[in-house]
Design a protein. Structure first.
Length: 370
């Protein structure tokens, strides 16, 4: 993240406005604050591609009215994802109220950076009014993502139907370094994409040796995603990191806590059991945090109650993670997994992006060498 920068009004990279608002904030107050921030940034409303905030503000009239006035879509992010973003003006009061020390700044950076706050810069740090906050961010480089994770002025899909994405120069250089340390050229296309993206997410080429990949399974999972199959993830943080698709987070199901108490299972396991009943056929399931969720899903598969298009099973941890992934590999279910205790939400999101953006992965070119 960087702070600052100047440009002519309406000129330069597209920008994202991040906002926070107290309950029943007047709509005209929030919009006036946004306009003040735009003037400070030297930009006009036409430069804005999205309005971002916390998911607890998804029904706030002032936020929705501001997006309508700007003519842009909204992006609402989970508190866990916002809390992980370093910002210049965190607030203990905001943290106590909504579970994250920043809403406006963190939301603007996450959406402008396409899920990576380090790929964005803060043009206007948090501004306050009586009932609202506002910040503005833009991507580092020549173009910024829209709210759906796509790029303004480009076709929304490639010829194959995959969401189109333009890699940032920093990403191009990162892949050049990665490919100088590990040779993935002999892998089939999707296996290569998954290997490179997951290794990139942990910055450790040794992770590639743990992966268990099947090109046919990856191809089927990717096609399911392109055809609009449900994408079911185990954490809100994973959902926040996936910018090109809507996701389902079973843990948010209000029934899960009661089922967990009644059965003595974890809430994650209960939630995935419920989700299996709701989505029995053709979904893509992604688990990076909770081994109990993966075990629960495998129980549903064994009972014949759910037939996934693909299971991305990469939970992390010392208890149950390795065993759950070994069980997945033995199950015969189309899957992407790895051996051992390593894994996690970032790796899982990277694997999903590998499938969604696979054409672009294959066209990331190395910059000219001096």
């Amino acid at each position: 993240m960087r702070v600052g920068g100047t440009s002519e009004p309406g000129v330069g990279a597209a920008i994202v406005v991040g906002v926070g608002a107290s309950r029943d904030c007047p709509s005209d107050e929030l919009l006036a604050l946004v306009d003040d921030a735009l003037r400070e940034a030297g930009r006009d409303r036409d430069a804005v591609v999205a309005l971002a905030s916390a998911d607890v503000k998804a029904d706030e009239p002032a936020v929705l009215d501001a997006a309508g006035a700007l003519g842009v879509p909204t992006r609402f992010l989970a508190g866990e994802a916002l809390a992980a973003v370093a910002v210049p003006t965190p607030s203990a009061v905001v943290a106590a109220a909504v579970g994250t020390p920043s809403v406006a700044e963190a939301a603007a950076l996450l959406v402008a950076g396409d899920g990576d706050p380090l790929a964005a810069r803060l043009l206007v740090a948090k501004r306050r009014s009586a009932h609202a906050t506002c910040a503005i961010a833009e991507v580092l480089g020549d173009a910024a993502p829209t709210a759906s994770g796509l790029l303004p002025g480009t076709p929304e899909r490639t010829a194959s139907g995959a969401p189109r994405r333009a890699p940032h120069p920093i990403e191009v250089e990162s892949y050049r370094i990665l490919r100088s340390r590990i040779d993935t050229s002999g892998l089939p296309p999707l296996s290569r994409a998954v290997t490179e993206r997951t290794v990139h997410s942990v910055a450790d080429v040794a992770f590639a040796e743990t992966l268990v990949l099947d090109e046919d399974a990856l191809r089927a999972g990717r096609q399911a995603l392109l055809d609009g199959a449900p994408l079911i993830v185990d954490t809100r943080m994973a959902a926040a990191g996936i910018t090109a698709r809507e996701t389902i987070v079973p843990l948010a199901d209000p029934r899960a806590a009661a089922v967990a108490r009644r059965t003595g299972s974890t809430r994650s396991a209960a939630a995935f059991g419920l989700a299996a009943a709701d989505h029995p056929d053709g979904a893509v399931w992604a688990i990076g945090n909770a081994p109990t969720a993966l075990f629960a899903l495998l129980d549903e598969v064994a009972a014949g109650r759910v037939r996934p298009a693909l299971v991305i099973g990469l939970p992390v941890g010392f208890v149950g993670a390795a065993d759950s992934k070994a069980a997945l590999a033995r199950s015969g279910v189309p899957c992407l997994t790895n051996r051992g205790e390593r894994g996690g939400t970032p790796v899982t999101v990277a694997a999903i992006h590998a499938l969604l953006y696979h054409r672009d992965d294959q066209t990331i070119e190395e910059p000219p060498r001096p």
